[in-house]
Ligand binder design. Sequence first.
Ligand SMILES: Cc1cc2nc3c(=O)[nH]c(=O)nc-3n(C[C@H](O)[C@H](O)[C@H](O)COP(=O)(O)O)c2cc1C
Ligand SMILES: [Fe+2]
Ligand SMILES: [Fe+2]
Length: 401
Amino acid sequence: MHNVRKITEDIFYVGASDRRLALFENVYPIERGVSYNSYIVLDEKTVLLDTVDHSVSREFLENVEAALSGRALDYLIVNHMEPDHCSVIAELVLRYPDVKIVGNAKTIQMIKQFYTFDVDSHAVLVKDGETLATGRHSFTFVFAPMVHWPEVMVAFDSQSGILFSADAFGTFGALAGNLYADEVEFEKEWLDDARRYYINIVGKYGVQVTNTLKKAAGLPIKMICPLHGPIWRKDISWFIDKYSTWAGYVPEERGLLIIYSSIYGDTAWAMDKLASLAADRGVRNIHMYDASKTDVSVLVSECFRYSTIVIASPTYNAEIFPKIEMLVSELKAHAFQNRDVVVIENGTWALSAGKKLTEAFYGMKDIRLISPTLSIKSSLKEEQLGAMTEIADKLAASVKG
Ligand SMILES: Cc1cc2nc3c(=O)[nH]c(=O)nc-3n(C[C@H](O)[C@H](O)[C@H](O)COP(=O)(O)O)c2cc1C
Ligand SMILES: [Fe+2]
Ligand SMILES: [Fe+2]
């Protein structure tokens, strides 16, 4: 039983979705599942663009067989050699022994690292900007090194105007029948996952993404076919704009984000007070998270989203509270930059979370630490309201921009 989907007269979707997997890359919760997209082009030569994760390999192989309807597979283009897209390569080689595997030198090297079959006898090496003609279609390869692996490239088909974009423009979230972003409520139901996917998987490589967007800007793109999530054929520039914002480390929204941890509740209480003071000053786009409850991938993504951020932590064994420490180290790992940040600490005998948080943010680029910071000794006191109000004033000014 195949589930092949027609995209154009001779281009078909042969991927599949997984809703069982709890953690993508064994680290990111994916409540809405994930799709592994793969595309087949039936030209004078038959071409498959990337394969899928082993979890959906059975459906994928049925799809490929059905789409080929008796023809052999001539080319497999490997745009990305990460196992969520390449775990079926050896099986394809067994089924289609004459298949040529198209990749760059790094791709071919990686295939040899993951597999033991005779890769060289199948390999077709391409260079940046080179083209593979398969009949009506011709695929131009644009290298996208470190978006987010070194071998990544994208393939532009001049006949259809489709950019096969690898992980770029992908998102968490399984597909449910509708293949296209314009057939779903993307902004309402998908954008948060798209942002979380981009920031956590690719976010560190903003410079490389920006370079690739510049390289691709000259292409007459009619459709974007990514390796995860829906296909783009309308409002493409809206999504590309999101990408340039994220890749440029520019806040997507003016807004106030308050993230805290709290063991006994006093830090939480103080942050509620701060949020109220900010609201009294006209701040509207306010979002609060308890870092112990919300997954760090969501927190990192929200930090990239908003202009103005408050991080509050109790001191814990002379350190930052572990959940906040994890967040800060993840922010650093994702090259977080260009934000207004307020740091607030709590502690009962020797407060050091504030100093350590400040040091951590000093290690990141263009983080403007707003003073004063606030040190709460066990619980917020009336005499600290003045300092709290000053912070709220500065937060309001920051959100206004
Ligand atoms: C395991 C543990 C370790 C702690 N270590 C410190 C510490 O090193 N220095 C300090 O001043 N307070 C320390 N505290 C106390 C808390 O930081 C303090 O009580 C704080 O007010 C808790 O804020 P909360 O009400 O938001 O949880 C520790 C508390 C716990 C449970
Ligand atoms: Fe990837
Ligand atoms: Fe991927």
